[in-house]
Design a protein around this ligand. Structure first.
Ligand code: ASP
Ligand code: MG
Length: 386
């Protein structure tokens, strides 16, 4: 019997009624004759609320305790979904990340999966049960509870799919796939029926929230297709992320990201090496590290760094860093036709002045004041994709 891995995001399990509707979908899949593993996120905005509670206690909370707290969100939804499935007369059992055999490194809040040992999951599938796995969490090799970074339930789903030998993973959310820009920001964004792993990973790393970057990495490594679909919209559309999508001439998507802090060091020497080591160890999420003229710079994604205040203090005091907050970034993904010039021209035409331009073979990124991010996404999308 083939194994189907389905992941349902927070908005799909936001209340009891939705949990029942998800249970009905799971049961229907089971009745088509598949073994079904379901990965769930925390209900609605639960993770944000838990993070808010922690920050009310301490603006830079200890990460170990944060993981103990945040991992409870997915425990709630896994148990409720299992109950809802059993109520429909289908056998089901829920497991936490550690019970599912998800082993991670020991970096709290942003842990990386290093192994999956899904024996209990396989045993329960063999007993004919639907298995519900709490997303976004695992257990470190030190037997500590860890979480996988915001949006990490996607990664749980892909890791399970890889370990169980599934050929694709179905990722359900409130949108019917991936668009050429966030439709809430750029209403003329178009649906993308397929994307390459490269393009999707660049989009995720540039701040698109539709799929977790590490999930795409897993999918690529194990050659598993990702099918991103809507849970409740019957649009008939989906986005398939797989290999063999040819890169196009045109830019594929425009992605904005807010809440960036620019960290710079005046020398490129040993001190910077130590500072980067500190950032990695502390689990500070950053992007676009670059060095020029003896100056090193990077962008910290503050929303993904729950103890940023503490780390910013250490960077200034111990490593002589200069930190400026309040930046956004806009990235044009794909496009063999060198979109850099067109992007800069377009923004200049709108009176938006980027402070920096970063060019890689698959992406062009501008850094600009955070408040200009949405306007820049709209302008760039209209010119480069629309
Ligand atoms: N509940 C976690 C979050 O909101 C993980 C996830 O949704 O994938 O970040
Ligand atoms: Mg969530």
């Amino acid at each position: 019997m083939s194994i189907v891995v389905q992941k349902y995001g927070g908005s799909s399990v936001a209340d009891v009624e939705k949990i029942h509707r998800v249970a009905a979908k799971v049961v229907a899949t089971r009745e088509r004759g598949h073994d079904v593993v379901v990965v769930v996120s925390a209900m609605g905005k639960t993770t944000d609320e838990l993070l808010g509670l922690a920050h009310a206690v301490d603006p830079s909370p200890p990460r170990r305790e944060l993981d103990m707290l945040l991992s409870t969100g997915e425990r709630i939804s896994m148990a409720l979904l299992s109950m809802a499935i059993q109520k429909r007369g289908v056998d089901a059992i829920s497991f936490t990340g550690s019970q599912s055999g998800i082993i991670t490194n020991d970096r709290h809040f942003d842990a990386r999966i290093i192994d999956v040992r899904p024996h209990r999951v396989e045993d329960e599938l063999a007993r004919g049960r639907v298995v519900i796995v709490a997303g976004y969490q695992g257990m470190s090799y030190k037997r500590e509870i860890t979480t996988l970074g915001r949006g990490g339930s996607d990664t749980t789903a892909l890791a399970m799919a890889a370990a169980l030998g599934a050929e694709h993973a179905e990722i359900y959310s409130d949108v019917d796939g991936v668009y050429s820009a966030d439709p809430r920001v750029a209403p003329d964004a178009t649906h993308l029926p397929e994307l390459s792993y490269d393009e999707m990973q660049e989009m995720a790393e540039s701040g698109a929230k539709v799929l977790h970057a590490k999930a795409v990495e897993f999918a690529r490594q194990h050659r598993i297709a990702i099918r991103a679909r809507s849970t409740f919209l019957e649009s008939g559309k989906e986005t398939v992320v797989h290999e063999g999508v040819e890169p196009g001439e045109q830019v594929r998507a425009v992605v904005g990201q807010k809440g960036l802090a620019r960290v710079s060091f005046d020398d490129g020497g040993e001190k910077v090496g130590f500072a980067l080591g500190h950032l990695r160890k502390a689990g500070v999420v950053s992007r676009d590290l670059r060095t020029a003229d003896g100056r090193t710079e990077l962008l910290v994604v503050t929303a993904q760094t729950p103890d940023w205040e503490k780390n910013a203090k250490a960077l200034r005091a111990d490593f002589g860093a200069t930190i400026e907050e309040g930046f956004g970034a806009v990235s044009a993904i794909g496009g063999a036709g060198d979109p850099a010039l067109a992007l800069v021209e377009t923004l200049a035409g709108e009176g938006l002045a980027p402070t920096e331009l970063i060019v890689t073979p698959v992406r062009v990124t501008v850094v600009l004041p955070e408040a200009d991010t949405d306007a820049a996404v709209r302008a760039a999308h209209a010119r480069l994709v629309g």
